[in-house]
Design a protein around this ligand. Structure first.
Ligand code: ZN
Ligand code: ZN
Length: 589
């Protein structure tokens, strides 16, 4: 039941996952010969992952491991007990290893494994979202994933689906038994998503069954199971809508104690949730001060002859609007992205920011049809740990078919300045570059448990590091637009905190995001919704970013004139997608 960082979507889940993540000994890479302790631990990691997949078959399928595709976990109390026992056993087994004898790569793996096991128990026993979040239960998503997978021929995939939905009725009965006092927001989401899930079991699936090369008896059985599943889902929707709705009184705010713990388990930061919140408030002030200065300087250039407004927020808003007006065309969008990538590669090389690997080029492509419509205009997709094909793609969603008004609003958002920042973030030296480095310290643990705050934090840090190194000519224009962009992740953290541990209302939220974040109303309302449905995830970007900046400052202070940016960047990336907290321990050693 742990869908980590699912907000990043399939593509970034895969970005945490690495192309060549087999557990081969380090000596294959020309690194020092592995010690006996490491060899033993590497063997244990394979068992650990086997067990992880055995207990989380849905997660396994999503990572490209298909052995358990046909297994459905019934979310019962007995099942949770079994999971807790397995976690306790794993923690005990880990105690049998001598931590100090392991390589840095294995030490960080070790700590991530401990965190994973502890958090499993905490999710089951303390957070208990299984009793208040009805949207956890939906057979549509896992079945769609199997159906759309291209890794196996259709008959085999249909057999997996047949196995998966064999106990659909029991599955939804267990869900009904679990639920008490849900939040109205998650109840509403569950109804919506299960209605969507029903579509998966509609005519296209039945047509596939007709078409497939399977014995008639098996087809009959599968059709009957599909009918049962539909019925179970309908009954679940009715149950939510009619029986459970009157009990749906729980607040979507999980409150401070749970928020603090969830923050600790999901983010694994040096700082506490409160400290990060304080950091975000201070950073917001800094950003506003910086933006005011730049907007004031830019005013005569972009608003010639117009009087300077007394209110600095108005100044900023008007200059930002003016700068957003220059952008590419809907037809030129993908081309504009494609054209920028070699320029970013060149800049990183010329400014010696880090060593790049020319043998692993990033392929820019139009987002494949089946991946479109998620709202992510651009994303990196890399082969998962079980996919050995080597290409990494930068998916860019073309705007040709998009209604003119919507395309215009999108292009204003990704204008001449922010499009460059987007490319830095997603591609070079952001997510894509981080991924290439992560592939060099192959760890199946980090491929699967990769730390979202580190991954996102690096991409945000990369934007700033590029601008500091002179990308965009150190102009007020690009910095002003970066400030606005960075304000979004800063406000995400503030909002997450205020929504989940405080009392902020939707109206206050929308007002804050529009006033201090210069956001459109639609964006602000969507953000409110996301902040009520998720906890902690919105904090990951700023937390990772601020932890990396703090680590860099710490090392600058310690190393004085010896500090070298390129060395810092490369060393930081060399540990793979581990939490910044663990990377810091390694780097300060
Ligand atoms: Zn325009
Ligand atoms: Zn990102």
């Amino acid at each position: 039941m742990i869908a980590r960082y699912s907000r990043l979507g399939l593509t970034l889940a895969a970005a945490g996952a690495l192309a060549m993540a087999s557990c081969r000994p380090q000596s294959d890479n020309g690194a020092p010969e592995a010690t006996a302790a490491d060899i033993g631990f590497d063997r244990y990691k394979e068992r650990f992952i086997d067990s992880l997949w055995y207990y989380n078959p849905g997660w396994a399928s999503s990572q490209g491991f298909h052995k358990y595709d046909e297994v459905l976990v019934l979310p019962t109390a007995g099942r949770r007990q079994i999971e807790n026992k397995a976690a306790a056993r794993g923690l005990k087994e880990l105690q049998g290893f001598e931590f100090d004898k392991l390589s840095p790569n294995n030490q960080t793996d070790y700590l991530m494994m401990v965190n994973q096991l502890r958090s499993t128990r905490w999710y089951n026993d303390t957070l208990r979202s299984w009793e208040w979040d009805p949207s956890q239960y939906n057979l549509g998503a896992p079945v769609a994933e199997i159906l759309n997978g291209r890794y196996q021929p259709l008959p085999q995939r249909l057999r997996s689906i047949s196995g998966k939905i064999n106990r659909a009725i029991e599955y939804y009965e267990a869900a009904k038994n679990n639920l008490r006092n849900p939040t109205p927001e998650h109840l509403q989401l569950a109804i919506l998503q299960n209605k969507g899930g029903l579509e998966v079991f509609g005519q296209p699936l039945l047509d596939s069954v007709d078409r497939a090369d399977l014995p008639a008896r098996e087809k009959e059985e599968l059709r009957a199971r599909i009918a049962n599943t539909r019925e179970a889902m309908q009954s679940y929707i009715t149950f939510l809508d009619q029986e459970l709705r009157p009990q749906a009184k729980r607040s979507f705010r999980i409150g401070k104690p749970l928020f603090d713990r969830k923050f600790a388990y999901d983010i694994v930061a040096n700082a506490s949730a409160d400290e990060v919140y304080g950091r975000a408030l201070a950073h917001k002030k800094e950003l506003l001060r910086d933006m005011a200065g730049r907007a004031t300087r830019l005013w005569p250039k972009y608003m010639p002859g117009q009087p300077l407004p007394a209110d600095t927020l108005t100044r900023i808003r008007q200059v930002v609007a003016k700068l957003s007006a220059t952008h590419t065309t809907p037809q030129g969008f993908v081309g504009a992205v494609r054209q920028q990538i070699p320029q970013l590669v060149k800049f990183v090389d010329e400014h010696k920011l880090l060593t790049q690997d020319p043998t692993k080029p990033l392929v820019v492509r139009e987002t494949p049809l089946y991946m479109r419509g998620s709202g992510a205009g651009a994303s990196v997709s890399a082969p998962g740990p079980y996919d050995k094909s080597a290409d990494t793609y930068y998916n860019v969603e073309p705007l040709d078919g998009v209604p003119a008004e919507q395309a215009e609003s999108y292009l204003r958002e990704y204008n001449q300045y922010t499009l460059q920042i987007l490319n830095i973030h997603e591609a070079i030296p952001g997510h894509y570059t981080q991924l290439v480095y992560a592939n060099r310290s192959p760890s199946i643990i980090k491929a699967i448990l990769g730390n979202g705050a580190m991954i996102e934090g690096w991409a945000v840090y990369a934007e700033r590091m590029m601008l500091e190194s002179g990308y965009g000519g150190n102009s007020d224009e690009i910095w002003l637009m970066w400030d606005k962009w960075n304000m979004r992740v800063t406000l995400n953290t503030i909002l997450d905190h205020l929504v989940q541990t405080g009392t902020i209302s939707e109206a206050e939220t929308v007002q804050m995001l529009m006033r201090d974040g210069f956001q459109e109303e639609a964006e602000a309302r969507n953000k409110w919704r996301r902040a009520t449905l998720s906890q902690v995830q919105l904090s990951s970007y700023f937390t990772g970013y601020s932890e990396i900046m703090a680590l860099r400052d710490e090392l600058k202070k310690k190393q004085g004139n010896d500090f070298d940016l390129k060395t810092f960047n490369e060393q930081f990336l060399s540990y793979g997608s581990a939490p910044v907290k663990y990377i810091r321990q390694m780097m300060l050693r």
